[in-house]
Design a protein around this ligand. Structure first.
Ligand SMILES: NC(=O)c1ccc[n+]([C@@H]2O[C@H](COP(=O)([O-])OP(=O)(O)OC[C@H]3O[C@@H](n4cnc5c(N)ncnc54)[C@H](O)[C@@H]3O)[C@@H](O)[C@H]2O)c1
Length: 359
């Protein structure tokens, strides 16, 4: 297969982890006879520095013309610490999602057997966890109108959802559930929020088209507790934008590090694959960030193009690296490897005719 992939590595550790995902994709291309062509483009704080625009037109055009986007992370402390900044890195990512119609973010969460001891949660709680979060990505409070009174003392953010916005992500979530354990949990706050009541109504109506999928509901405050108390009860979690953002970061504790959680954003335009973590500015340039979330995002990219064996090969290589202790410092404080060493080892497990690196 020939694939044109836009690479938007962004800020902080973004370029470091994305380079490892590319290394692994190259190993896949080599082993399975595919051709992956990469085109780099600016996004986030680096794009503001260069063009005063977190999503330059050329970047957007490249993304539209590509078949997939490999995304790193955006964000820089100079903006995080300046709430008055009008041009901000995250605007680049939000605009990209909106422009490409990427209305669903898919975030799988698993407990890796070899890492169970690394999780701050007890083994019997996390063992067997295998859930996926379907988070609505282009609506809700992150995109609603924002106001700040002239004297700067009153602010508001509008949370708005329409029936079609809920329907399209719900259909994807139900279809995913049909291919999994056939259970879908809608996470909302329907006791308080009108938007959540609309979500319940629309999702309940849609569920009639998926009689083989069991639907249940959970308030987000309870869900925040349940994903930590008993994560293996979940199969597919469907939720709105902000709740999904928070719940999925919380779920990273299950796997042992946020540096393991991958995601795919899909919708009407070019699909985008990115780790769920941010730009982790404290680690920039130190070669210590965990590249596995980015590498597993590349596996999701392969799956998106039905390259199932290739994706499984990447996952198997990641599992092997983890079980052989080839992990970064977030997963092992005593014996650890650098970002690029982990990428090298994972790639060497995949590449044909290449000796597995000594480590
Ligand atoms: N999608 C995105 O690009 C995205 C998402 C979240 C935050 N951000 C931005 O990133 C910047 C930093 O935000 P933050 O500190 O809240 O979140 P973050 O995800 O960058 O880092 C939070 C913590 O998670 C851990 N971590 C994150 N990535 C890791 C990795 N690959 N390996 C090992 N440990 C890792 C570190 O302990 C880090 O201190 C901000 O500017 C924020 O706006 C961007």
């Amino acid at each position: 297969m020939n694939l044109n992939i836009a690479v938007l590595s962004g800020d902080g550790i973004g370029p470091e982890v994305t380079a490892e995902a590319q290394k692994v994709l190259d190993a896949v291309a080599d082993r399975f006879g595919h051709t992956f062509n990469y085109s780099q483009a600016l996004v986030g704080a680096v794009a503001i520095d260069e063009c005063n625009n977190p999503l330059p037109d050329e970047t957007l055009e490249l993304c539209k013309a590509s078949q997939a986007i490999l995304f790193g992370a955006i964000g820089h402390p100079k903006y995080d610490n300046n709430p008055d900044a009008k041009i901000r890195p995250e605007q680049g990512l939000l605009k990209l999602r909106k422009e490409l119609g990427l209305f669903t973010n898919i975030r799988p969460v698993q407990a890796f057997d070899a890492l169970i001891s690394k999780s701050p949660l007890k083994k019997d709680i996390i063992q067997g966890t295998d859930l996926v979060i379907y988070r609505e990505l282009t609506g809700g409070i992150y995109f609603g109108e924002k106001t700040l009174s002239e004297d700067g003392t009153v602010a508001s953010d509008l949370c708005e959802y329409s029936k079609p916005e809920i329907e399209r992500v719900a259909h994807l979530a139900f279809k995913a559930a049909q291919h999994r354990r056939k259970k879908l949990t809608l996470v909302d706050k329907a006791n308080v929020l009108e938007t959540s009541r609309l979500w319940r109504k629309v999702v309940t109506a849609i569920s009639k088209q998926y009689p083989d999928v069991e639907l249940d509901f959970l308030f987000v405050d309870n869900a925040a507790m349940q994903v930590i108390l008993a994560p293996s009860q979940f199969d597919v979690i469907l939720t709105e934008n902000m709740f999904g953002d928070i719940i999925s970061d919380e779920c990273s504790v299950i796997g042992g590090s946020i540096g393991l959680l991958a995601s795919a954003s899909v919708g009407s335009g070019t699909a985008l694959f990115e780790p769920i973590h941010g730009s982790y500015p404290q680690a920039t340039g130190k070669n210590i960030a965990n590249p596995l979330a980015s590498i597993l995002s590349a596996a999701m990219l392969l799956e998106h193009f039905n390259l199932i064996t290739e994706a499984k090969t990447v996952r198997d290589a990641v599992n092997r690296a983890i079980s052989e202790g080839v992990v970064t410092v977030d997963l092992n404080k005593e014996t650890n490897f650098s970002t690029s060493q982990v990428g090298d080892v994972v790639a060497s497990f995949i590449q044909k005719n290449k000796e597995v690196l000594n480590y």
